[in-house]
Ligand binder design. Structure first.
Ligand code: SF4
Ligand code: SF4
Length: 239
C-alpha cells in the first residue's frame, strides 16, 4: 500500500499562529486528545487488516504536548505498519532540559519535521540543531507564508492527488484537508458520514468507491494546484 495516514493526536497548540490552517478544526475540538487505547486499536486493526502505510505522520495541534507520544511511536514501530513514521512539530517545548526525551524519540521515529516560525521557535531549533546536526532524520522547514486557504476557490483545474487519510480518535477521515476546509466554510463534517470510517476490521474499505476530488478541494491548501495559485503559502527546506 503506498498511501499515508496522518494521526491528529491533540488539538492544543502552544504556537497560536494567527493563520493556522488547523484553527477551524482545533476550535471545533477544544480539549481533544487521542487516548493510548485508541492508538492501540488503530495498530491492532491496521495489522489485522493487512495494511502497510508508506508513511504515518503524527501531528496536531502540537504533538509534543501529547502525553502518549513516545509510547505510541514505540507501538507503531513495533507493529511495523509503516515504512516511515514522522512527527511534525513546532518544537517549542524543547529546551536543554528535555533533550534526553528527544533523543529517545528520534531513535524510534524515521523523520522529525520542524516548522520554523522565526523568533517564536528559533532558540528551540538552535538547541536541536546543536545536538542533532548529524541526524539524517531531521527536517526543518521555514514557513514563509501562512497556511490559510485562498479566499476564492481556484478555477476548474482540480486533479487532487492527495494520498492522505487522517485519523482522529477512533474515526478515520478520507483525507486530512476535508474537516478544516468544511469547518472554515461553516459546514459540519458530521453531515458527510460517507467520508468517515470507524476503526475496525478493514476500516479503509469504505473509501474505495469515493471519488478523490471534491468541490472543496479547490480551497484546500493540501492540494498542489491550490498551493501553486496561492501566493500566501510557501515553504522552503532549510537543509
Ligand atoms: S504551530 Fe502549527 S498547529 Fe500550532 S498554531 Fe501554529 S500553524 Fe497552527
Ligand atoms: S485536496 Fe481534497 S482530497 Fe486532498 S486533502 Fe484537500 S480536501 Fe482532501
Amino acid at each position: 500500500m503506498k498511501n499515508q495516514i496522518t494521526i491528529k493526536v491533540i488539538s492544543k497548540c502552544n504556537g497560536m499562529c494567527r493563520y493556522c490552517a488547523q484553527l477551524p478544526w482545533r476550535g471545533a475540538n477544544i480539549g481533544y486528545e487521542m487516548t493510548l487505547s485508541e492508538i492501540m486499536d488503530f495498530v491492532k486493526y491496521t495489522v489485522s487488516s493487512g495494511y502497510h502505510f508508506r508513511m504515518i505522520t503524527i501531528t496536531g495541534g502540537e504533538p509534543f504536548l501529547w502525553p502518549h507520544l513516545l509510547k505510541s511511536c514505540q507501538l507503531i514501530q513495533e507493529a511495523n505498519i509503516a515504512k516511515d513514521l514522522r512527527i511534525i512539530t513546532n518544537a517549542m517545548t524543547i529546551c536543554k532540559n528535555n533533550l534526553d526525551f528527544l533523543h529517545e524519540l528520534i531513535d524510534i521515529i524515521d523523520v522529525l519535521t520542524i516548522s520554523r516560525y522565526g523568533k517564536l521557535n528559533s532558540k528551540n531549533i538552535a538547541i536541536i540543531i546543536n545536538k542533532f546536526s548529524k541526524s539524517k532524520k531531521l527536517q526543518i522547514y521555514k514557513v514563509i507564508g501562512h497556511y490559510i486557504p485562498p479566499a476564492e476557490p481556484i478555477g476548474s483545474c482540480i486533479s487532487c492527488s492527495c494520498p492522505f487519510w487522517s485519523l482522529m480518535g477512533s474515526q478515520v477521515c478520507v483525507c486530512q484537508g476535508m474537516e478544516p476546509i468544511l469547518l472554515s466554510l461553516g459546514k459540519c463534517p458530521k453531515d458527510y458520514p460517507e467520508f468517515f470510517s470507524k476503526i475496525g476490521p478493514n476500516y479503509l474499505d469504505k473509501f474505495k468507491s469515493i471519488k478523490k476530488a471534491q468541490s472543496w478541494c479547490k480551497l484546500c491548501i493540501t492540494n498542489r494546484e491550490v498551493r501553486k495559485h496561492c501566493k500566501r503559502f510557501n515553504n522552503e527546506t532549510q537543509k
